[in-house]
Design a protein around this ligand. Structure first.
Ligand code: NAD
Ligand code: ZN
Length: 262
C-alpha cells in the first residue's frame, strides 16, 4: 500500500490538472450507506417505483418516493465529512485540485471546505428541494417538517407545482451544464483519481475512460473491484478515508521538503 500511495502523492505534486471523481463509497465512512452494497436501498425498494415519469404522473408514486427519499436524507442531514472529504478539500487549498466531479448528493464536499467552483454535482443535491414547474428553491428541512405534518407530497406555495428533492432520478435528464463541464474537465485532466465508485452507472462511468484516452494517469481507490481496474495505472482496493489521508500526508511532506530545499 505504501508504495502505491507514495506514487499517487508524487503524481499529485507533478500534476497540473488533477480531477477527483467521487462515488457513494466516499461517504460511507460518514455514515451514509451506498445503494449497491448488501442491505442497501435496492435490497428494500424497487427502483421502478422511483422513475421520474411515475413521480410526475402519480400521487401514490410521489408518496412512495418521498418515503424512500426521507429514509435516505436522514443520514445525510446528520453526516460530517470524513478524512477522504477533508483530504480533497486540502488538495484545493494546496492548489492541487482542478475539480471534484461527484455522483454524491450529500453536499459533504462543501462541508469539508471545497468551494462551489471546484465541485461538479452530476446527480444533484439532496439538501434542498426545487419546484419542478417554476424552479423555486426550498430548504429541505422545512419541507421534511411539512411532509411529516401533512403526510402529503409537498407542492410549491407560489405556483402549486410539484416539489422534488434537487437530485436526479431515474428517467430524469442529467444536468446539461454539469455533464458537459465534467466531460470537458475529464478530457483535460492529467491525473484522474476515482474514489468510492463502482463505475457502472453511465454516463459518469465513461469519464475515467475519456481521461485515460486523453493521456491522464488513472488511479482507482475503491473497496471492491471495478470494470476499469485493468486500465488503471494504480488500483487500491481499500477504504477511502485512511487511503486519502495517507496520500495527503505524503503530498504535504513533499511540499515541505520542496520549500526547505529552495
Ligand atoms: P456506486 O455504484 O458508485 O458504489 C459505491 C462503491 O463504493 C462500491 O463499489 C463499493 O465497493 C465502494 N465503497 C463503499 N464504501 C467504501 C469505502 N469506505 N471506501 C472505498 N470504497 C467504498 O454507488 P451506489 O451506491 O450504487 O449509488 C448510486 C448513485 O446513488 C450514486 O451515484 C449517487 O448518485 C447516489 N447515492 C449517493 C449517496 C451520497 O450522496 N452519499 C449515497 C448513496 C447513493
Ligand atoms: Zn413553483
Amino acid at each position: 500500500m505504501d508504495d502505491r500511495t507514495e506514487k499517487v502523492a508524487q503524481w499529485i505534486i507533478d500534476s497540473q490538472r488533477t480531477v477527483v471523481f467521487a462515488g457513494a463509497g466516499l461517504s460511507t465512512e460518514s455514515g451514509i450507506p451506498d445503494f449497491r452494497s448488501p442491505g442497501g436501498v435496492w435490497d428494500r425498494y424497487d427502483p421502478e417505483d422511483f422513475y421520474y415519469q411515475n413521480f410526475v404522473s402519480s400521487e401514490t408514486s410521489r408518496i412512495k418516493y418521498w418515503q424512500m427519499s426521507t429514509e435516505m436524507y436522514e443520514p445525510i442531514r446528520k453526516a460530517e465529512p470524513n478524512p477522504a472529504h477533508l483530504a480533497i478539500a486540502e488538495m484545493e487549498k494546496l492548489g492541487k485540485l482542478d475539480c471534484v466531479i461527484t455522483q454524491n448528493v450529500d453536499a459533504l464536499h462543501f462541508k469539508a471546505g471545497n468551494s462551489e467552483g471546484r465541485v461538479i454535482e452530476l446527480h444533484g443535491n439532496a439538501t434542498y428541494v426545487t419546484c419542478l414547474s417554476c424552479g423555486k428553491r426550498y430548504d429541505r428541512d422545512e419541507i421534511q417538517e411539512q411532509l411529516r405534518k401533512t403526510q402529503k407530497a409537498p407542492l410549491c406555495d407560489d405556483c402549486s407545482g410539484l416539489l422534488k428533492p434537487a437530485t436526479i432520478s431515474f428517467g430524469q435528464a442529467m444536468p446539461v451544464r454539469e455533464t458537459e463541464e465534467a466531460y470537458n474537465r475529464s478530457s483535460l485532466s492529467d491525473l484522474f483519481i476515482v474514489i468510492g465508485s463502482s463505475l457502472v452507472v453511465e454516463p459518469a462511468a465513461s469519464m475515467p475512460r475519456i481521461a485515460k484516452r486523453s493521456g491522464a494517469k488513472l488511479v482507482i481507490i475503491n473497496r471492491d473491484p471495478t470494470p476499469y481496474d485493468g486500465m488503471a495505472d494504480v488500483v487500491i482496493h481499500g477504504s477511502a478515508g485512511p487511503t486519502m489521508a495517507k496520500i495527503l500526508e505524503q503530498v504535504k511532506l513533499h511540499a515541505l521538503k520542496g520549500m526547505a530545499s529552495r
